[in-house]
Design a protein around this ligand. Structure first.
Ligand code: PYC
Length: 333
């Protein structure tokens, strides 16, 4: 395999990394980003592992590759790449990608301040605010989100019996609310939450199957969302989202925030128009809102929006050359 070079712009959204591949991504077949994602997974997953895993990436690494839109009414197609795989949707990744595209002139929006983004999970709309040449904040109107299952009884090592809800916000999340055997994320170190998350996810995956009502390629519980007491008394909720094998999201996680809003909405704790301030493990915040009440298949659903900020910090030309480097495609330990 020949050496391949990727022109990347590195950023972070509220603390979580976003590596945007602005040049060097492969041409993909498909009528939409969902089909292009399948093609990428079949033939090009080595690009994801090479750019996300050590030694070029790290446990939390996450990013995107940009494509021309399939529908000329839209501005751009986004493929999400991450240590965990190719997510159907990534909220912090979208906020970071929009910031990078605007600040580095990768895209000329037809309507200033607005972008229409094709993602594997569906159309996502973004509104951004500029201060000079800097993007101050981005609000994304995410895909339809819903509560898929409630009160699932399960077991977690050390903690014992737990009850979780499962909600979809672009990915499927098991949400662990504060309960008798779980007093809140603030009582534990991140490494402990990671070890439990792996076991809990495995058990839930063995016992339950979750499939998106309209797109069967979006399936399987992939993330665990631990909850806890907020640091900021004005915040609505706090989380620690586990993804991949070793990562806790440093941002409040866009799809996780959408899933939590869908859960609260279904349980009568959040109404359309209410502000939902979500705090991450490091205290960074997204501001969520229910934009629309809707349905998805047989489920009551919401269209959530999430606002956050990102900072661009590096231009990174990365080479993957398997003839020269035994770790060209990355490794995990
Ligand atoms: O922001 O949606 C998100 C996300 C998913 C995994 C990590 N971050």
């Amino acid at each position: 395999m020949a050496s391949k070079t990727f022109f990347c712009i590195d950023a972070h959204t509220c603390g979580n990394p976003v590596r945007v591949v602005a040049g060097g991504g492969p041409l993909l077949e498909g009528n939409n980003m969902s089909e292009k994602r399948q093609h990428f997974l079949r033939e090009y997953d080595w690009i994801r592992t090479g750019l996300m895993f050590e030694p070029r990436g790290h446990d939390m690494m996450s990013g995107s590759i940009l494509y021309p839109p399939s529908d000329p009414a839209n501005d751009v197609g986004i493929l999400f790449i991450e240590t965990s795989g190719c997510l159907p949707m990534c909220g912090h990744g979208t906020i970071g990608t929009v910031t990078v595209m605007i600040e580095h002139g990768l895209i000329r929006p037809r309507t200033p301040g607005q972008l229409r983004l094709e993602t594997p999970a569906g159309l996502v709309l973004a509104n951004y605010n500029l201060e000079g040449n800097k993007v101050k904040s981005v609000r994304i109107r995410n895909v339809k989100s819903y509560l898929a299952a409630e009160n699932i009884a399960t077991e977690c090592p050390d903690l014992g019996a737990l009850t979780v809800d499962v909600a979809y916000g672009g990915n499927f999340y098991a949400i662990v609310d504060i309960q008798e055997n779980f007093p809140g994320l603030e009582h534990y170190k991140a490494e402990q939450l990671i070890a439990w998350s792996r076991e809990l996810r495995k058990k839930l995956q063995e016992d339950h199957d979750f499939v998106h009502p309209e797109n069967e390629t979006i399936c399987g519980l992939s993330h665990i969302q631990w909850t806890g007491k907020t640091i900021d008394p004005k915040a609505s909720a706090r989380n620690a989202v586990f993804y991949g094998d070793k990562a806790i999201d440093r941002s409040p996680c866009g799809t996780g925030t959408s899933a939590r809003m869908a859960q609260w909405y279904a349980q009568g704790k959040l109404q359309a128009g209410d502000e939902f301030v979500h705090e991450s493990i490091i205290g960074s915040q997204f501001i969520g809102r229910i934009e629309e009440e809707t349905t998805l298949g047989d489920y009551k659903a919401i269209v959530p929006s999430i606002e956050g900020w990102a900072r661009v910090y590096g231009l990174n030309t990365i080479t993957i050359d398997p003839d020269d480097d035994p770790y060209a495609h990355g490794f995990t330990v």
